[in-house]
Design a protein around this ligand. Structure first.
Ligand code: BGP
Length: 469
């Protein structure tokens, strides 16, 4: 649809950027923090662990001052569960509680609204040892952790996000939840863990509304439209299948408290229906209502219907697996790719925003979007990253078109505010507006430098999204 005039970004639009605790903070096993699953796993070969990361724990004042210089209206960060509750439940680490209190105050000093992710891939290792999300007691532990956060920070934090990318944890359960996906009964196990996370989210949303009536809370999955590889009706069915499994399962549950029917029948067919749905669970899910939808967007996916009789392949269901009779990922020839092989699809961003809004009619905030690249720090302290500016510009343009299509947008937080350690490709895969001077294994001086994208984003924010040049 062409627009003669674009609708402006709302006046109170929350421009900002994101990080997550284990990827940015450092101090991973000090200052009273317990280990999380991220701290006890072996990092992929050639990549650094998370002991120091970008050392935001010791640089938060400087980092927040730089965000303020860019004009941030919000900063999305996550709270490390094991920093507050070193064993995941029970004993509280006061020093950890104080750290986030100080970080929140530092943001508010500059009128930057904290946007807090409650759980971002870093389950306390102590809970993991007791079965992790397979154990229903983890749901109670999450509620205890939520209550502690609401009590400690609810007087200052207006915006809360429940669980980061629960759908990616489920789809890539081998890599993120550490589940042996080739074990018999693995799919049932994964979707039982998924049910517990959905329950934890619903309880946290209800508790938030009860304890903090003024606050707003929402889910934060990774949502991206799935395209059919062709206009063959079979491929359209495959795309609908994978859209349901990748996207709608999570939002249908968060917003309506119902299991998506396509996913449900897929699970049923494989004898993998979650058996841990207890009396009262579904009523609880239906009672919990998000105030907005947050989602991360990097790129769309494309699928075809697998050939008849094709066997399913195990593995990462997001990228590459074939689900027999359901969907098969294919690469889309219409896109350029990042240096790290991720497809770039800004128009898919508009399409995804439109689809999510038409389905759920809730305001949307983007909690991640960005480009990972090898950046170079020049002798004079500059970092020239035109590729990142181009990526962000194209996505912001498409977001403006989506607003003009009638999508209600609350904010935009690209990944990431400062350079940090990627999930599995190290610090050399940089996303930040702020360069952090360290290499994979040489920590150097961790000094901060403003990239070209820093100055560009500052202009974007100052003009409320009208100056993208
Ligand atoms: C999202 C995660 C982030 C982040 C980002 C980039 O899935 O929520 O934690 O890291 O992707 O991914 P990567 O670090 O693998 O490049």
């Amino acid at each position: 649809m062409l627009h003669k005039t674009l609708k402006p970004f709302p006046q109170d639009f929350l421009w900002g950027a994101s990080t997550s605790a284990y990827q940015v903070e450092g101090a991973s096993l000090t200052n009273g923090k317990g280990p999380s699953v991220q701290d006890v796993k072996t990092p992929p070969a050639g990549t650094s662990g998370f002991e120091v990361a970008a050392d935001q724990y010791h640089h938060y004042k400087e980092d927040v001052a730089l965000m303020a210089e860019m004009g941030f209206k919000t900063y999305r960060f996550s709270i490390s569960w094991a920093r507050l509750l070193p064993e995941g439940t029970g004993r509280v680490n006061d020093e950890g509680v104080q750290y986030y209190s100080d970080l929140i105050d530092e943001c508010l000093k500059y009128d930057i609204q904290p946007l807090v992710t409650m759980y971002h891939f870093d389950l306390p290792a102590a809970l993991d040892e007791k079965g992790g999300w397979a154990n229903r007691a983890t749901v109670d532990a999450f509620v205890e952790f939520s209550e502690l956060m609401f009590k400690s920070y609810g007087d200052r934090v207006k915006y809360w996000l429940t669980i980061n990318e629960q759908n990616m944890m489920t789809l890539a359960a081998g890599a993120i939840l550490g589940i042996d996906t080739s074990a018999p009964g693995a799919t049932k196990n994964i979707y039982e863990q998924n049910h517990h996370m959905l329950l934890a989210q619903a309880k946290a949303m209800n508790l938030c509304h009860e304890m903090l009536p003024e606050a707003k809370i929402g889910p934060a999955p990774n949502i991206a439209l799935v395209y059919p590889a062709s206009c063959k009706p079979e491929d359209v069915t495959a795309a609908a299948n994978f859209n349901a499994l990748r996207n709608w399962l999570y939002l249908d549950m968060a917003v309506y408290g119902i299991y998506n029917n396509i996913v449900w029948s897929w699970l049923e067919e494989q004898d993998a229906l979650p058996e841990n749905i207890l009396d009262g669970d579904m009523d609880l899910m239906a009672s919990a209502k998000p105030d907005f939808i947050a989602f991360n967007y990097y790129s769309t996916a494309t699928v075809k219907m697998p050939d008849e009789g094709a066997e399913g392949t195990k593995g990462d269901q997001q990228r590459g697996a074939t689900l027999a009779g359901f969907s098969q990922a294919v690469s889309n020839p219409n896109f350029q790719k990042t240096e790290f092989g991720w497809e770039i699809d800004p128009i898919g961003f508009r399409n995804t925003l439109r689809e999510v809004y038409s389905r759920y009619h809730l305001p949307i905030i983007i909690t991640e979007n960005g480009l990972g690249a090898y950046d170079t720090l020049e002798e004079d302290g500059a970092v020239h990253d035109p590729y990142r500016i181009e990526y962000l510009r194209k996505h912001i343009e498409q977001m403006n078109l989506a607003i003009s299509d009638g999508v209600e947008m609350m904010g935009y937080c690209p990944w990431s505010a400062v350079d940090l350690i990627s999930t599995h490709e190290g610090i050399v895969k940089r996303y930040g507006f702020i360069y952090v001077n360290r290499d994979e294994f040489d920590l150097k001086d961790l000094k901060r430098y403003r990239k070209d994208s820093f100055f560009w984003y500052k202009k974007v924010i100052a003009s409320n999204g009208t100056d993208l040049a």
